[in-house]
Design a protein around this ligand. Structure first.
Ligand code: ADP
Ligand code: MG
Length: 363
């Protein structure tokens, strides 16, 4: 992978910078949680500090694909410390680069046809006028999208600081000795989480299970889960996982409301916290319950606190997990907070990520 150290001179280089501004936005257009935006500052500062002409490209998936970046521009200015201009369409980029007047952001890339199809035609038109491409969006690297994959066929491509950091820190987690390594899995989406559990069974001491994933496993074991949320494909996805493996630690009790399991219960919190205390490395993804409602946030908050108090190396990732701990103010206690959810899990499961592969092959 090429990094900034490989670029001879950044002065006046026209840089297409793929950033991650995929944050939760309220109905009234307010950025509610800005971790991913703040993580872009290092690379942006470096490029601007070296005199590059930077156009940023990003997507926003919250609410609907129609979410526009136009309303977020003043907030980006405050968060990034730069005035950011807004470019409405791909056709306007070349002219903007000629009359360059400071960093700019293109409209939500997912509004343009060809992005999610990884269209080469679209990537080619997006590349016009630029000298180089820098990928700084880890959270999309598990997807074959034009602005992380096909684009690398048209411009010399580099990994930004964020990609470098994600890959280095997560690789350390993969390589750490099995002894004392703990995986904590919660949240929903069996299709992304169960493969990770399967892959990690022989790589960690234990796997603590919570969230909808626990419901899925209970159901697969033939237990009654009432009206709890379950993944409709979970039975198929669970095939091949030994549900009775002693390494899989299921909750002992649950917080049940209106016939739905909505959080882990007090005994589970105690047992999980005990296991967390003796771990040497902890990898956490997925809330223990429906934490958005404070009534069912106990499990997630107390597990976050137990991890924060432990002396283990702590790694956490996932959009919802990170916003849950950002709210508790514990984010600074973690050794590494990944901007990726699905991408972090895919990487940790040993899969090849199209966005990272593209940086290897087409530079
Ligand atoms: P992340 O974004 O951190 O990877 P996920 O998107 O997989 O996490 O899961 C987060 C969602 O799972 C949250 O919206 C949370 O409310 C939900 N959730 C967790 N446990 C339960 C449960 N028992 N019942 C319903 N929803 C749950
Ligand atoms: Mg999520």
């Amino acid at each position: 992978m090429k990094t900034f150290q490989d670029i001879v001179n950044l002065k006046d280089k026209k840089v297409l910078l793929r950033v991650d501004f995929d944050v939760p936005v309220s109905d009234r257009g307010k950025i509610e949680e800005s971790f991913r935006i703040r993580k872009q500052k290092e690379t942006l500062d470096y490029l601007i500090g070296h005199g590059s002409k930077v156009i940023m490209v990003a997507h926003i998936s919250d609410q609907s694909v129609d979410q526009s970046f136009a309303a977020l521009i003043p907030q980006l200015h405050i968060l990034l410390g730069y005035e950011v201009n807004f470019i409405k369409s791909v056709e306007d980029i070349e002219q903007y680069l000629q009359d360059y007047s400071g960093p700019a952001l293109l409209e939500n890339i997912r509004q343009f046809k060809g992005e999610t199809e990884n269209s080469e035609e679209f990537a080619s038109s997006l590349s016009k006028g630029f000298d180089i491409y820098v990928n700084n969006v880890f959270a999309v690297c598990h997807r074959n999208h034009a602005s992380v994959s096909a684009i690398t066929k048209f411009l010399t491509s580099y990994a930004g600081f964020l990609i470098e950091e994600e890959v280095t820190k997560l690789q350390k987690a993969i390589n750490a000795p099995k002894n004392g390594k703990l995986l904590i899995m919660g949240g929903a989406k069996a299709s992304t989480k169960i493969p990770v559990i399967k892959n990690f069974l022989d790589k960690v001491d234990r796997i603590l299970i919570g969230g909808v994933i626990a419901n899925d496993i209970l159901k697969a074991k033939g237990q009654d889960v009432g009206d709890s949320v379950v993944d409709e494909n979970s039975l198929e996805i669970l095939v091949g996982l030994d549900l009775n493996s002693p390494q899989l630690v299921m909750p002992k009790d649950y917080n049940i409301f209106q016939n739905k399991i909505l959080d882990i219960g007090p005994e589970s919190i105690e047992e999980f916290s005990e296991i967390i205390r003796s771990a040497k490395m902890i990898i956490w993804n997925g809330p223990m319950g429906m934490f958005e409602n404070p009534q069912f946030a106990q499990g997630t908050d107390k597990i976050a606190q137990a991890i924060a108090d432990s002396s283990a190396i702590k790694i956490v990732g996932g959009g919802d997990t990170v916003s849950a701990i950002d709210k508790t103010g514990l984010i600074g206690k973690f050794d590494f907070v990944s901007t990726g959810g699905g991408a972090m899990l895919a990487f940790l499961a040993g899969e090849k990520l199209p966005g990272l592969e593209a940086l290897h092959y087409y530079v």
